[in-house]
Design a protein around this ligand. Structure first.
Ligand code: UDP
Length: 330
């Protein structure tokens, strides 16, 4: 049994990792400012520190209070569109908060750091599937803010021996099959919850962003990876961090178009997804699909929810049971 610090543990992906850690019998401390996260997403048995990462004294106090085997760092600003309105804030906040957190970990003698990175590092890739050696060329300030952290962590390894795993998530999707935790963003910008909300009538009809891409049906292709499979990858990399730092692209390895997602939601829900077709959304690459071959080969990880319908089924169960999400907004 070990103890782990999870920043952003009340958020979407973080809360699913917390659940996996608790199921293993590990001790967990969650640090979250609850601006996007939800208190109800974290079991009441888990230590919860409501604090800003930017509050370095609070963060130092957390490291002084508990001894951690590793830090899982999810907490971040994560909206690509917002990052293009406030690029400096994104680079400054995501960059500084993460790097000072790593510094606090080093000071406290923590040796392992798992970082939520992103496919946005690759911008408009020259080809798919995207392997780790593809060119790093973010096309948004969000992507740059994550690259800054990856580069800082490289030096933390070289100089301080802090071993880090940077996991470049593709499109996180789905919910824990228990139906107890799931996706609840405000604003919601992600395709699957928007499709489901449109089908349930809790959200307006969907607008499909662009039908003239160079893809088989003209709509964008993304790699949707189940949030529990993402969580499992965080656990799978831990043993390797004894030896060295790691950089992995993390997706299902299969691409689905926007139209295929709509069809899947209609199949699973038995309802229509009201939608119309609109122009492209600026900054959207035609296709983003991960090659997770390195992760699979080196850790044995493989997705348990490989089929889109299986992912959508868990998302549907969560949203149908919780049409207003955690329902904790003022
Ligand atoms: N998308 C769409 N309509 C929406 C939201 C998203 O057509 O209202 C498309 C978007 O253009 C992209 C895909 O759905 O091709 C996935 O978008 P999402 O925002 O979920 O994730 P992203 O790939 O941008 O991280």
């Amino acid at each position: 049994m070990a103890r782990f610090l999870v920043t952003g543990g009340a958020g979407y992906v973080g809360s699913h990792l917390v659940r996996a850690l608790v199921a293993r019998g590990d001790d967990v401390v969650v640090l979250d400012n609850l601006r996007q996260g939800h208190r109800a997403a974290v079991p009441s048995t888990v230590e919860f520190v409501e604090a800003e990462l930017a509050d370095r004294a609070r963060v130092a106090a957390v490291f002084a209070n508990w001894k951690f085997e590793a830090v899982f760092h999810f907490a971040a600003l994560s909206l690509v569109g917002e990052s293009m309105r406030e690029p400096l804030r994104y680079c400054a906040e995501n960059g500084a908060n993460s790097l000072w957190l790593a510094e606090a970990a080093v000071q406290a003698g923590v040796r392992k750091f798992v970082f939520s990175s992103t496919a946005a590092l690759f911008g408009f890739p020259k080809s798919v599937p995207i392997a780790e050696d593809a060119e790093l060329a973010p096309a948004s300030a969000y992507g740059t803010s994550k690259l800054i952290v990856e580069q800082g962590l490289h030096w933390a390894d070289q100089v301080h021996g802090l071993r880090s795993a940077c996991l470049r998530y593709f499109n996180a999707a789905g919910a824990d099959p228990s139906g107890e935790i799931g996706e609840d963003h405000e604003p919601e910008t992600h395709l699957i919850p928007l499709c489901i909300g449109a089908a349930l009538g809790t959200r307006p009809p969907l607008t499909v962003f662009g039908t003239d891409y160079a893809t088989p049906d003209g709509t964008c292709i993304r790699d949707y990876v189940h949030v529990n499979d993402l969580a499992a990858a965080h656990l799978a990399v831990l043993p390797l961090l004894e030896e060295r730092s790691l950089r992995y692209n993390l997706g299902n390895g299969a691409g689905y178009s926007v139209k295929q997602v709509i069809e899947s939601v209609e199949r699973i829900s038995g309802r229509k997804v009201p939608h119309s077709f609109g122009p492209r959304r600026p900054g959207d690459p035609a296709a983003l699909v991960a090659s997770s071959e390195t992760l699979r080969r080196e850790t044995g990880w493989q997705p348990r929810f490989a089929a889109l319908d299986d992912i959508v089924r868990t998302a549907w169960a969560w949203h149908e049971a919780h049409p207003r999400g955690y329902d904790d907004r003022a």
